[in-house]
Each structure stands twice: as structure tokens, then as C-alpha cells.
Design a protein around this ligand. Structure first.
Ligand code: AMP
Ligand code: ZN
Length: 316
């Protein structure tokens, strides 16, 4: 792990805001790793997204909106089912058998229904999307883009099976905005650096304790490209916030250079048929909001003006 930048801000709040967020019903647990949001926490996420969405659109990004599921084929082709198969969550319907569907409808107890379900679940042809950018790649599958550069952005819920759910740090379902960009290798990396600087400047303005580090992503170590991609140590940068109450760093955003791995997988090329590079930046909103609560406290009224000025008084 290499530290590229670290802020020296003080972190005064040493309490975990998690119990307070539950008490105030800003966070309402549904099942392991899945929460509903309201009040200040929801507002914080909305304010954060307004900031990153605006910046992406200002850079010329085309906004997109996606469904929740991806065809399995997408994960077969892009390598996700190599390095990350343990995190995939599959979606399956019932088998198209009228008698079984009727049996399920007529079953009286939850146990009876569960027993019938276990026998009638059909093949898993779909998966809950684990990231935002695969949908963007799907929208461009088989097409040619200008090497001069193009950007896309979308906000979506992402789903990953995690081995342990730690409060808001490891969720099964979380919100992420991504900016996805395509162009020459030098341009792709300059966009990535630009987006790192944008987040760095915001966090400095808000007085947040954070660092930018190089990270290791097993995605790039998988499959036949192992050697090649391990040598690109800088494929992934992360922005981490300090959680003062446990003195641990947590990644809130990642800055990825895919080189040509994903454009090749989705058969996307330059206008002349030449290879094209891609990159993506993802902001994980629950972690970002939680990190802000940990460092700035649960009273939004005391947050830095630059951040507070975006918040409208919350109700409920
Ligand atoms: P990644 O695609 O793994 O680089 O993740 C991008 C961002 O998504 C991370 O920096 C986190 O902010 C967020 N993230 C990833 N996994 C989780 C999770 N299980 N729970 C909450 N946020 C997550
Ligand atoms: Zn991505």
C-alpha cells in the first residue's frame, strides 16, 4: 500500500454514530447488510450525489439510468466470476410449472412455502449488479467511440454478498455513483487524476481526515492477464476516510484504470477500429456519509458551512 496523499485534519468525534442513527430512525435495518434511510442520513447522501453528479455533468458526462439486474453473460465475459464469484448474488424465477406455482400459492405456512420454493426455483439467468459500470459497458457493447474521449455517469444500487456485515461499512446493498470514461490511455488517466483532485479538494474544504492510496484489486490479477496486470500497480487508487472511534481507514471511493480489459470484453473500440482504454470512478455513498458522521458528529447543524449550506432542514 502506497500513500499518495494524506490530510492532517483533526478528528474530534470519537463516538460511533451508528446507534444514534438507528435511534433516530435515520437508518432502519431490514436484513443483514440492507437498510432503509430517512432524515439526515438520506439528506447527506442526496447532497453528496448532487455534488458528484453536477461535477460529472460539468465534465460533459452523459447521464444514464439502469435496471437492477445484469444478464449472467455479462459476468461470464468480463471476468467478475473469476475473482469475485463469492460476492455475486443471483436472481431466479420459479420454474414455469403451473402445478408447482399453484401448490406454492396454496401452501399455508411459511415453512411449507419455503419447502416448495426450494424445489421449484429455476435456473439462475440473472445477477444483481455488483457495480455501476457493467451496465454502461452493456449500453456500448460492440460499438466504436472517439479516441478523443467520452464520459458517462449513473447512480445505482449495487449488490454484493459480503462474509460479514459491519454496520454501514460492509453492506449487501449500497448506493454508488460512477463516472465511466473512454478514450486514449493518457486521457483516461488524466480524467482519473482530475476526479481524484476534485474529491481531495472537497474533503480538504470540509476538514476531513482522509488519504489517497494505491489499492490492490483481485479483478486485475485474475485470468490470463495475471502477469500483465499485476505489473500495473496503479490500476486502482482509493480514497479512504478515517473512522476515529476504531482508528480504521475505510475506502469511500475508488479510481480505476481498466486499460483495455473491459473494452475488449465488451467489444468496444475506437472509431478506426483501434483499441480504446476505459476507466471508472465510484463513490460509495453509505460509507462516505458514515465517515462524515464519524468525523463531524451526528448533529448536521455543526457541520462545515460548505457542506451544511446544501442541506435543507429535515423532517422526520
Ligand atoms: P469497488 O468497486 O470495490 O472499488 O468499490 C467502490 C466503492 O463502493 C468503495 O470505495 C466503497 O465506497 C463502496 N463499497 C464497496 N463495497 C461496499 C460494501 N460492501 N458496502 C458499502 N459500500 C461498499
Ligand atoms: Zn466501475
Amino acid at each position: 500500500l502506497e500513500i499518495l496523499f494524506e490530510s492532517s485534519a483533526d478528528t474530534a468525534h470519537l463516538e460511533d454514530p451508528f446507534p444514534t442513527l438507528l435511534d433516530r430512525r435515520e437508518l432502519i435495518p431490514l436484513q443483514a447488510g440492507v437498510f432503509s434511510y430517512q432524515g439526515g442520513f438520506l439528506q447527506t447522501i442526496e447532497v453528496l450525489d448532487a455534488i458528484f453528479r453536477y461535477h460529472a455533468l460539468e465534465m460533459g458526462a452523459i447521464e444514464q439510468s439502469f435496471g437492477t439486474t445484469l444478464p449472467l453473460r455479462s459476468l461470464f465475459e468480463n471476468g467478475y466470476l473469476g475473482a469475485f464469484s463469492h460476492q455475486a448474488l443471483f436472481v431466479a424465477p420459479l420454474q414455469r410449472r403451473l402445478s408447482e406455482i399453484r401448490r406454492l400459492a396454496e401452501a399455508k405456512t411459511p415453512e411449507e412455502k419455503a419447502g416448495i420454493l426450494a424445489q421449484t426455483i429455476d435456473d439462475h439467468g440473472q445477477v444483481l449488479s455488483p457495480v455501476v459500470c457493467y451496465h454502461c459497458f452493456e449500453t456500448l457493447r460492440g460499438s466504436c467511440l472517439s479516441l478523443d474521449g467520452s464520459l458517462f455517469t449513473a447512480c445505482a444500487r449495487c449488490h454484493r454478498r459480503e462474509s460479514e456485515h459491519e454496520s454501514l461499512v460492509r453492506l449487501q446493498t449500497f448506493l454508488m455513483r460512477e463516472v465511466i470514461f473512454f478514450g486514449r490511455d493518457t486521457w483516461v488517466d488524466s480524467v482519473r487524476m482530475n476526479l481524484i483532485a476534485h474529491l481531495r479538494d472537497l474533503l480538504l474544504e470540509w476538514g476531513i481526515r482522509f488519504r489517497i492510496v494505491t489499492a490492490y484489486d483481485p479483478f486485475f490479477a485474475g485470468g490470463h492477464n495475471k502477469r500483465l496486470y499485476q505489473s500495473y500497480f496503479s490500476v486502482k487508487y482509493e480514497c479512504q476516510l478515517l473512522l476515529p472511534h476504531i482508528q480504521q481507514w475505510v475506502a469511500v471511493a475508488s479510481f480505476n484504470n481498466h486499460h483495455t480489459t473491459l473494452t475488449r470484453a465488451y467489444k468496444i473500440c475506437g472509431l478506426s477500429g483501434s483499441p480504446i482504454h476505459s476507466g471508472c470512478v465510484g463513490y460509495g455513498y453509505e460509507r462516505l456519509a458514515y465517515g462524515l458522521y464519524c468525523q463531524l458528529g451526528s448533529d448536521l447543524g455543526t457541520w462545515p458551512e460548505a457542506l451544511r449550506s446544501h442541506l435543507i432542514p429535515a423532517r422526520g
